[in-house]
Design a protein around this ligand. Structure first.
Ligand code: PHE
Length: 347
């Protein structure tokens, strides 16, 4: 290169080449690569022009330098502008692709729930545990002795007819009541005793409120000086926690061979507050459990001194509590696993 004229021509050609590229470059990455052809410190066409400086006569050196620098700045600006434009397009394209329609209905995640009877069992266990009861789990297969005889219900006792029993053999049966657990506990443990025993029980019984398999929770307290008042006080606390603060209990005389006296326990209707409604059949009261003072004979059958110790026991049907709490009118609904029913029960 000899003179400025030639330089200007070269620069014009380079500029044209760069301008032409604008139409073909489509990405920021492409601009970066293409730019190197002109501005790379070693090989770039514009950078190399500077190296011609030594062939230029001294009086033209300043002008030459200025012209090359101007071309370099022009190229830098051009590529910067093109780069920004392409980057904006790339961003726009990405946003379009990643666009989310926030008005679309969300995918509904369904969660499993505990079975209503399990939920009730857990709630009751928590309530009784907070009163100091321990949990004893008995077995579903029992002997006739534990399910009946030791509970003051010998073979020919008419009370056996109260519970239609599934016998496995003359000796073994499916327990008809968690009361069988009372005997096991009293044989093993000496007073003071304070246990609950939840579990499945079985009776040949089947209608809207009875199922051949259902769940009970037994309670047993044995200590010196226990009276029916202790039972009543504990039951009042219990119903307040499960059915609401304004509920109370009343005891009605009843009969169980293993308690004397025996009572049927009603809770004041938590729906109408006692005025009378459909749920309580207009009476203001709902029957919830059976209970009583442990019969002396039962204590003696377990080797507990019946002069020194007294006890009370109660048995709660958990399906019945679940049906009352969740407004279910047929016990079968608890065992049919119909999601339309179970979905509505969330406690
Ligand atoms: N076992 C009795 C029943 O199943 C309930 C009950 C338990 C009654 C404890 C009194 C004491 O009907």
């Amino acid at each position: 290169m000899q003179d400025l004229k030639e330089l200007n021509e070269t620069i014009s050609a380079i500029k044209q080449e760069i301008l032409d590229s604008a139409g073909t470059l489509t990405s920021s990455r492409g601009v970066y690569e293409f730019k190197k052809n002109f501005l790379d410190f070693k090989k770039g066409k514009i950078s190399q022009l500077m190296k011609e400086m030594r062939n230029i006569p001294n009086e033209h050196k300043a002008e030459f330098g200025k012209t090359v620098n101007a071309a370099k700045n022009w190229a830098l600006d051009f590529f910067e502008e093109l780069d920004q434009k392409l980057k904006a397009e790339e961003r726009k394209h990405r946003y379009e692709n990643e666009k989310i329609d926030i008005s679309m209905p969300a995918v509904r995640t369904t969660y499993g729930n505990l079975h209503p009877v399990t939920t009730v069992a857990n709630q009751l266990t928590d309530i009784f545990a907070s009163m100091g009861f321990e949990v004893y789990e008995g077995s579903e297969i029992e002997t006739d002795y534990y399910n009946f005889t030791a509970l003051n219900t010998p073979q020919d006792h008419p009370a056996r007819d109260m519970q239609d029993t599934f016998y496995l053999s003359p000796e073994f049966l499916l327990r008809t009541q968690t009361s069988a657990g009372q005997i096991h506990v009293m044989e093993k443990k000496k007073p003071p005793i304070k246990i609950i025993s939840p579990g499945k029980v079985f009776r040949s019984d089947d209608d809207a409120t009875h199922s051949p398999m259902f769940t009970q929770m037994e309670g047993l307290v044995v200590d010196e000086g226990i009276t029916l008042c202790d039972l009543k006080g504990m039951l009042d606390m219990f119903v307040q926690r499960i059915f609401g603060e304004n509920t109370t209990t009343r005891l009605r005389p009843s009969y169980f061979p293993f308690t004397e006296p025996s009572v049927e326990v009603d809770v004041s209707c938590f729906q109408c507050g006692g005025k009378g409604c459909k749920l309580c059949k207009g009476t203001g009261w709902i029957e919830v459990l059976g209970a009583g003072v442990v019969n002396k004979r039962v204590l003696e059958n377990c080797g507990i001194d019946s002069e020194k110790y007294r006890g009370f026991a109660f048995g709660i049907g958990l399906e019945r509590i679940a049906m009352l709490k969740y407004g279910i009118n047929n016990i079968k609904m608890l065992f049919e696993s119909d999601l339309r029913v179970l979905d509505q029960i969330d406690d």
